[in-house]
Design a protein around this ligand. Structure first.
Ligand code: GLY
Length: 584
């Protein structure tokens, strides 16, 4: 009979021995990876290959627009701006101009990576207690489905700054495809029809939203019908003509402020004038010889992907096996510790000192890893009691783009929930975010979803809410090797992490790395979340270690490009139906 105790003793011995040799082994594996990770007779999924550039996004029309911009001689940033505007039309549940996000750019000429922060900011009249009811409890309706939920949008200024500073094309060139699509209409795909169908109650409460996303008789659009967004086309045209002024002042800013105030919010035209994009230093780390460049605070993504990888570097993950119980166990334990830190330390760095260096330090990770018992699950209550993470929605979207010049863009942006607050500012066609819900409505107290938030992420005027978005560029020998990211709320970090590990630790090509079943732990609630595809035997072994395990819906929608000397390899996550990776 299988003796778990004996097996685990053997595992510990193996792990200690392997830890000594890991750096040598990883160098050899790195060289092998470059060959194996692309096409192998072992593979059951294959990426798309191209020689002159690649676009991976969650919606096919937007990907095609990105590819056409590259084909016209545009660089990765030009294509990213075009895709960003296109997704606002073709993937209205997450693509946006009424939200915000983060863009990582690798600049080939300067051989450097930069991080653009165009996250929404809280309006001037926002305050710590704005989402509390008369009894002092967090009122989720106020932070999600109300005018108060809307932060100052950052997307237009983010895309505009990226294009002006790092692009080569005119605004008209990169925006025309999106304007045309909005004006002439898009064919409703099953994905779009399903999402609108699912949201009809929430979106239907605003007549300005109902008029655009549902038919005149109030019924849902059917697959194959055409969705025209004339007002959005007009708003986009104004931006194309006037740049930031076409959104942050004049008629658009006025209409948005009016709509938000009519919905009970406090956003003003003055707030639009105060909005700024910030160019930040990426958070940098290494994993088995590769360099990880990712998004710094106010995203928690970069800090924690590096913190988790630092802990996992202590283990011979490759030898322990992909999705084996031992590997899932140490991953869950590393995630548990990182997410506990997240609740305590992460917030807008312009308002709090975030100990980025300390959290991403390898010595710190060694200390944390030393508290992991290979045989036994920790209890989250023993790691750091009493703090809970805020709920984060799935409906963000990521795209990755690489051009023939060697530039790379990893962009994740969002309205927060699917279709954000659900409110379209009347006369603009612009859906507005509910990003204010990413603040801790009541620091230190579990919210309506039983999840947590810290003091560092309390609401303050002009502060940016904490995010999990993790646009990431992995560099090999200082050149982009993997460009990736994902939606998925608090699961964005662990989803992106697994794409990186699947390539580096498990020699998968990027399509396999994207398709492989995923796991997730976020410290609280205290269970390992698994996708379908992990065997019952493995789940039983995890339970025997003391883990709570739940198999739930799929996680993430990664859009990833891998590069080597032979070209670009794109992979769109098979978990979402309408995505496309395409090259030229
Ligand atoms: N709204 C999801 C995030 O920013 O992480």
């Amino acid at each position: 009979m299988f003796n778990l105790k004996k097996f685990n003793l053997k595992a510990i011995a193996l792990i200690s021995l392997s830890a000594l040799t890991i750096s040598v082994a990883s160098t050899a594996a790195t060289t092998q990876n470059n060959q194996q990770a692309i096409y192998s007779h072992m593979s059951i999924h294959h990426p798309v290959w191209a020689k002159n550039g690649m676009v991976s996004s969650q919606e096919a029309l937007a990907t095609n627009i990105g590819v056409s911009i590259l084909a016209q001689g545009g660089n990765a940033v030009d294509a990213a701006v075009a895709v960003g505007y296109a997704l606002a039309v073709t993937l209205p549940r997450a693509g946006n101009i009424g939200g915000g996000g983060f863009m990582m750019i690798y600049l080939a000429e300067q051989k450097k990576t930069i991080a653009l922060d165009y996250r929404e900011m809280a309006p001037q009249q926002a305050h710590r207690n704005m989402f509390l009811d008369d009894n002092g409890n967090a009122d989720k309706k106020l932070s999600r489905y109300h005018g108060l939920a809307v932060g100052i949008p950052g997307t237009v200024m983010g895309l505009e700054l990226a294009r002006e500073k790092y692009g080569t094309m005119s605004r008209q060139q990169v925006m025309t495809p999106a304007i045309k699509l909005a004006r002439s209409g898009i064919t409703v795909t099953p994905d779009l029809a399903n999402s609108l169908n699912a949201m009809s109650q929430r979106l239907g409460q605003w007549s300005s939203t109902q008029e655009i996303f549902y038919k005149k008789d109030g019924t849902n659009y059917q697959v194959g019908e055409t969705l025209v967004q004339t007002e959005l086309a007009n708003s986009l045209e104004l931006i194309a003509k006037q740049g930031n002024a076409g959104f942050y002042s004049g008629v658009t800013a006025t209409k948005i402020a009016q709509a938000v105030q009519a919905a009970g919010g406090v956003l003003t035209v003055e707030d639009f004038k105060r909005y700024r994009v910030i160019e930040r230093q990426p958070v940098m780390g290494t994993y088995r010889g590769y360099t990880i460049a990712s998004m710094p605070p106010p995203s928690s993504g970069g800090v924690h992907i590096i913190e988790i990888l630092n802990m996992l570097e202590q283990y011979p993950i490759k030898r322990m096996g992909h999705n084996s119980s031992d590997t899932i166990h140490v991953m869950a334990e590393a995630m548990r510790r990182a997410y506990a830190d997240r609740s305590e330390y992460l917030g807008d760095p312009d308002f709090n000192k975030v100990p980025v260096k300390g959290l991403t330090d390898k010595t710190y990770a060694k200390k944390l890893a030393a508290t992991i018992d290979i045989n036994k699950a920790s209890l989250s209550s023993d790691i750091a009691p009493g703090k809970v993470l805020p709920y984060e929605s799935n409906e963000t979207t990521h795209f990755s783009i690489v051009d023939k010049f060697g530039n790379a863009v990893a962009n994740t942006y969002t309205l927060n929930f699917s279709y954000g607050s659900g409110l379209v500012a009347s006369g603009t066609g612009i859906l507005l975010n509910n990003e204010m819900d990413d603040f801790s409505a009541k620091p230190g107290t579990p919210n309506g979803y039983g999840l947590i938030g810290g003091e560092a992420n309390s609401v303050q005027p002009f502060k940016r809410p904490l995010s999990s978005m993790t646009p990431t560029i992995v560099l090999k020998d200082n050149l982009p090797y993997i460009v990736t990211g994902s939606p998925g709320g608090s699961r964005i970090i662990t989803t992106t992490l697994q794409v990186v590990m699947n390539v580096i630790d498990h020699d998968m090509n990027i399509a396999e790395a994207s398709a492989a079943p995923r796991m997730h732990h976020q410290w609280w609630p205290d269970y390992i979340r698994l996708e379908r595809g992990i065997s019952k035997d493995t789940i039983d072994l995890l339970k025997a270690k003391g883990h709570n395990v739940r198999v739930k819906s799929s996680m993430g929608s990664t859009q990833t490009i891998m590069l080597n000397e032979n070209g670009f390899y794109g992979a769109s996550d098979p978990r979402r139906p309408a995505a496309l990776s395409k090259g030229l």
